[in-house]
Design a protein around this ligand. Structure first.
Ligand code: WT7
Length: 633
């Protein structure tokens, strides 16, 4: 691997070169990998279509780069250290050699079930090593994985299975999460009532929960593994062949199947892992995300394994059996790089608890955050009470759609400022655009964050809906990729993300589309219509506030009971993460004459700003605002 950047001066030099000669820059990074056939062309692009191809004509298999390559140099190095939800259950490790064998076995099972190159495989699993193996086994045979976070409901799972047209589901009997366990197989069974295309379900035994097995469809993981051997030649795939689909919420109702391809994603995740975290071969790297989100794909699975790193994988949650669980795991496994989300930090900050007073934490070298803006107070607490004032913090900005980190300090190299993602990584060309669509060139201004040149890890499409891909990301500002985020660039040229400027709310680091929640609430038989907005929340960053208009039949109904029912709907249709924190019943929503809901006003009311509501003159019925203001919950 090309050595990581070692100084600020070098960063500036490399950055400049990556802008002047982007193709030469990325080709050099790509040369570090094992290719079966060299690419013909580094980059072809057109943001109008949009069409982006990196390393076109090249052939490879990403798992050879994650696994086989390391068998020569470091077969006995630990690839995965797995820590259970239950502190008394022994941890498990896999060396690169062992992981390679496990991935090959599972790939052989997939083949025996008829999975072929290009087929989609849906993965709905707990945070166990077999989840990592599942992704890699798909990639081994050129199948496209679609991981669905194991907190999503049967309905959400069914939608994703159908959208991707997956014929095989990999799952487990259940998942542990703190004191709770979730019956994954039962949820899959419920989902599959609506998924006629599914032919097989492979079930891993994790919780020993009783499950029903449908003969002819459901198979036990252990039984199938026992039938195959542990050698599986990697299938040759093209650079631009899809590697995975991962669903993310959007401004309109239906989740988007973000599609990533192979070579560019590989190059980007590997490069950013090594540079941002300043990875060293003896590091123990822990990213606390779930593999159900992109952070887990890129920085639990691909980025670290491409670098031959040792990854800690944790099944549990930060607050069980107590608030010290993260710190205990760090000490137990001598974690040196720790990457988590602001929401986790805020939940652990509460009270007087200082981890450095109760735990050693002396293995820590570098800290990272991702997922939402980190408030200065949380940043400082993290720095002082976890990093003991001497671990650099990397505040990494990126998205499911960007594939890997885009704007971030290089640990220990880029001087940091709390709340700032600081500077773009080499190869990344951010731009701030004014509402009129003009690029803001001066510093000290805020605008809409866009990217004006392709980067290898960028999404190539929305599965099955390329028009939506263009509409969502490439139409607001022609010739720019629009991120949906607001951002300020200060006088030093440092970037600070200010939050979403579209109808996406980030709750505890999870993206939720307001329209998706509205649709779920509207399914309640007593609901006419709903408007959902986000409001600032101390622990979650943002929380969900729903304004709900009820049918006249609901008059006199028990409001608390209705709120409960509405949230049960949301839980069932999307998942518990999307539940509304506040539900206010109103007789009407503030709408313009053309029928558009004025969310700006609702956002202000939800935030508690009730006096200065701005211009309400275009409203059809300004009276409704007064009623809503008074009834704020
Ligand atoms: C949105 C993307 C990237 C992996 C996890 C989330 C917000 C992400 C930061 C950060 C401020 C951030 C943005 C972005 N976001 N990282 N360091 N500072 N905001 O992926 O679910 O696709 O969400 O998360 O609003 O657009 P995602």
């Amino acid at each position: 691997m090309t050595p990581a950047i070692k100084s600020l001066e070098e960063y500036h030099k490399v950055y400049q070169r990556s802008i002047d000669l982007p193709e030469a820059f990325w080709a050099e990074v790509a040369n570090d990998f094992q290719w079966r056939k060299q690419w013909d062309k580094v980059l072809e692009w057109d943001f109008k279509k949009p069409e982006v191809k990196w390393f076109d004509g090249g052939e490879l298999n990403i798992t050879e780069n994650c696994l086989d390559r390391h068998l020569i140099t470091q077969p006995n190095k630990k690839a995965i250290i797995w820590e259970s939800n239950d502190p008394s259950e022994p941890s498990v490790t896999y060396t690169y050699r062992e992981l390679h064998a496990k991935v090959c076995e599972l790939a052989n099972v997939l083949k025996s079930l008829g999975v072929q190159k290009g087929d989609r495989v849906c993965i709905y699993m707990p945070m166990i090593p077999e989840l990592t193996m599942a992704l890699l086994a798909c990639a081994r045979i050129g199948a496209v994985h679609s991981v669905v976070f194991a907190g999503f409901s049967a309905r959400s799972l069914a939608d994703r299975i159908n959208d991707a047209d997956a014929h095989l589901i990999l799952t487990a009997d259940g998942a542990y999460r703190g004191a709770k366990s979730i019956d994954l197989k039962a949820i899959v069974d419920e989902a599959l009532a609506d998924c006629l295309g599914v032919r097989s379900v492979l079930v891993y035994q994790r919780t020993n929960t009783p499950i029903t097995m449908q003969p002819g469809r459901d198979l036990r993981w252990h039984d199938e593994i026992a039938k195959v051997d542990n050698l599986c030649e990697a299938v040759t795939v093209s650079s631009e062949d899809p590697l995975f689909i991962l669903y993310t919420s959007g401004s309109t109702g239906k989740p988007k199947g973000i599609m990533h391809t192979t070579a560019g994603y590989m190059v980007h995740t590997a490069y950013t892992f090594s540079n941002v975290f300043q990875y060293q071969p003896d590091d123990i790297f822990w990213c606390t995300a779930d593999i159900g989100w992109v952070t887990g794909h890129s920085y639990i699975v691909y980025g670290p394994l491409l670098n031959g790193a040792t990854v800690l994988m944790f099944e549990g949650i930060p607050t069980w059996p107590n608030n010290g669980r993260f710190w205990e795991v760090i000490d137990k496994h001598k974690v040196s790089i720790f990457y988590t989300a602001p929401t986790a930090i805020r939940s652990l900050m509460a009270g007087e608890h200082s981890p450095k007073a109760t735990h050693k934490l002396d293995s820590l070298r570098i800290l990272g955050t991702v997922g939402e803006p980190i408030n200065v107070e949380a940043w400082e607490w993290y720095h002082e009470h976890v990093g003991k004032g001497n671990c650099p913090i990397v505040d990494t900005w990126w998205q499911t759609e960007t594939g890997g980190i885009m704007i971030s300090p290089l640990a220990g190299i880029t001087p940091t400022k709390p709340g700032f993602a600081t500077l773009p990584l080499p190869g990344i060309q951010p731009a701030l655009l004014s509402e009129k669509g003009e690029e803001i060139l001066v510093n000290g201004e805020e605008g809409r964050l866009c990217i004006k040149f392709p980067w290898p890890g960028m999404a190539r499409s929305i599965w099955g809906d390329h028009n939506r891909f263009r509409e969502t990301y490439f139409s607001a500002f022609p010739n720019y990729y629009f991120t949906g985020d607001g951002c300020r660039r200060d006088l030093d040229g440092y970037y600070r993300i200010t939050g979403r400027v579209d109808d996406v709310i980030i709750v505890s680091g999870h993206n939720l589309g307001t329209a998706e929640i509205e649709n779920a609430i509207d399914e309640h038989e007593l609901v006419i219509e709903t408007a959902v907005v986000g409001y600032p929340h101390e622990l979650k960053g943002f929380a969900v506030y729903a304004f709900v208009v009820l049918l006249s039949e609901a008059k006199g109904a028990d409001e608390e009971q209705l709120r409960k029912e509405i949230n049960e709907f949301v839980s069932r249709i999307i998942g518990p993460i999307a539940k509304a924190d506040k539900i206010q019943f109103v007789t009407g929503l503030p709408k313009t004459r053309s029928g558009k809901i004025m969310r700006r006003i609702l956002r202000k009311i939800a935030e508690g700003e009730t006096d200065n509501l701005g211009d309400t003159s275009t409203l059809l019925d300004p009276g409704v605002v007064e009623e809503i203001r008074k009834g704020r919950v």
